[in-house]
Write a protein that binds this ligand. Sequence first.
Ligand code: PLP
Length: 345
Amino acid sequence: MSTATLTIDLDAAMANWRALDAINTGETAAVVKADAYGLGAARMARALARAGARHFFVAVAEEGAALREVLGQNVSIHVFSGHMPGDADMIGDCGLVPMLNSVEQLIRHVEALPGAPFGIQLDTGMNRLGMEPAEWQAVREIALAQSPVMLMSHLACADEPDHPMNPRQLALFCEMTDGLDIPRSLANTGAILLHPDYHFDLARPGIGTYGGAPFTEARPVVTLDIPVIQCRDLEEGESVGYGCDFIAARPTRIATVAAGYADGILRAMGPRTSLWAEHTPCPIAGRISMDLIGVDITDLGHDPKSLQLLGPHQGIDTLAENAGTIGYEILTSLGARHTRRHIGG
Ligand SMILES: *Cc1c(COP(=O)(O)O)cnc(C)c1O
């Protein structure tokens, strides 16, 4: 086999979700959009349901429909993008709860599916999704008459605890929703860790469940092992890969492994990243290619069968830092070519 193996530890994800649930003062949902951040929505959602999650969030109705098949009828499935044109059958048939973002979506929903549940998304400063304060002021009586099941908003800077945007958004969310007897939801992973004031009735963690910052206590969830295709000796002065970026400063042994940027191993991480042979780091040598990476195994003393990019020695946040991005992008980039192996759960 020449594809890499992506091992997804469902027990670790369940433990992370339970740990966040223990910190959270309200109920805790599970965000499984984008195929559960690339880790397999079906397997992950089933495991998190076993861990106790009863509310799930996805980005688009199609994801919600697939999730309903997997989870059955006893959980609620919320859709961040709300009710888009053409979604009525899917929302109705699969019993999805769209988080309506505008008056236009509200009208579309109550006309197409009168009496069907919905939530409302309010914009408190992120300017991405949701009704703005003035819009909410204008339609709120009409909207409330249709009995929304939830009011939610989203924080722009929850992973920066001291950012003044957090209390500002919290105050505006309270101003827009205080005194209404409707469940409220504001917190992602970062906001759960911020302060109980942000928890409200239902929190929506994603990245913390999957082992990423800002939940620094999280157990790592993913391991990525890449098979070695070939090893070779270089003399001093010989080069490796495109652009001859790596030039051997001494007699060097290079292993070529079977994965590259087409598998989501971002080129930008190359210069600062090692692959691990058990407990020994072996630096990447030269540029990451589409399907291949050269690794300097000179100091290892033997030819490994495979090398590890993600594991106990190097997690998603380290790779993110090396590539100038965030753990979310490392996870969601993990390629379709990897063989996914779910363990535990
Ligand atoms: C993705 C997302 C979440 C989950 O955020 P994490 O930072 O991964 O915990 C929560 N709410 C909304 C609206 C989202 O888009």
